[in-house]
Design a protein around this ligand. Structure first.
Ligand code: CA
Length: 228
């Protein structure tokens, strides 16, 4: 990936293409321009722009066909320009794979801002698909609903499992009994503080059954509990 971000502008109206070029360059982007759709797909395949601004109506090949073809080999962010606002609904419904749509006439600042948004979105790392979480010697598999202490599987009730998941996801954060109530019961049930305390007591003893080391579950006097 080149250091400088390059926006490919595919737009057959020279004035519109030029004003986009000016504004993106002013914002520190490199730009390249195509005035028709003929070589658009090849250009994207061969030169991998950081993002594409794609007009819908183009000579030789329209924006929909281009977008569809590009999506068979690339996730490059694409912002599509349309001439009618009611086209946006239709295009979204077609699922052609553009990241955003802007209707002409547009404010150039808005186009630049929207491209930055889809670039930021594209740069974010894909969410991790792992269902494994853990802290110190305690490991949990959130898909299989199992919990291990030092590699030994321990039996947790569903409420205990949810409570422990919430706390292990945020080590060192002190959970009030109210927070734990919400984390442990999916149906917004109100239970007494003593119920939470008794779950915590059970959890602590289950977590320490195989472990020589100190329990990771701590009570914080007057507030609640934490994993640390
Ligand atoms: Ca056009």
């Amino acid at each position: 990936m080149p250091d400088k971000k390059r926006i490919l502008i595919i737009e057959d109206e020279p004035k519109i293409a030029q004003i986009l070029v000016d504004f993106f360059q002013m914002d520190g982007f490199e730009t390249s321009v195509l005035h028709d759709g003929m070589h658009a797909v090849d250009e994207i395949r061969n030169n991998e722009p950081t993002a594409v601004i794609l007009d819908l109506m183009l000579p030789y090949k329209d924006g929909i066909s281009i977008c569809r073809e590009v999506r068979t080999f690339s996730n490059v962010p694409i912002l599509m320009l349309t001439a009618r606002v009611d086209e946006i609904d239709r295009l979204t419904g077609l699922g052609i794979g553009a990241d955003d749509y802007v209707c002409k006439p547009f404010s150039v600042q808005e186009v630049v801002a929207r491209v930055k948004v889809i670039l930021r979105r594209a740069e974010q790392p894909a969410p991790t698909t792992s269902s494994l979480i853990g802290y110190k010697h305690v490991q949990m598999d959130l898909e299989k609903f199992v919990c291990y202490v030092d590699g030994n599987q321990i039996e947790l009730s569903p409420v205990e499992f949810r409570l422990l998941t919430a706390m292990i996801n945020k080590p060192s954060v002190v959970f009030s009994r109210d927070n734990l109530m919400r984390a442990g019961y999916e149906d917004d049930r109100i239970v007494s503080s003593r119920t939470i305390d008794s779950h915590m007591k059970n959890l602590r003893s289950k977590l320490s059954q195989f472990s020589e080391t100190e329990s990771i579950l701590h009570s914080v006097y007057g507030i609640g509990y934490k994993i640390e």
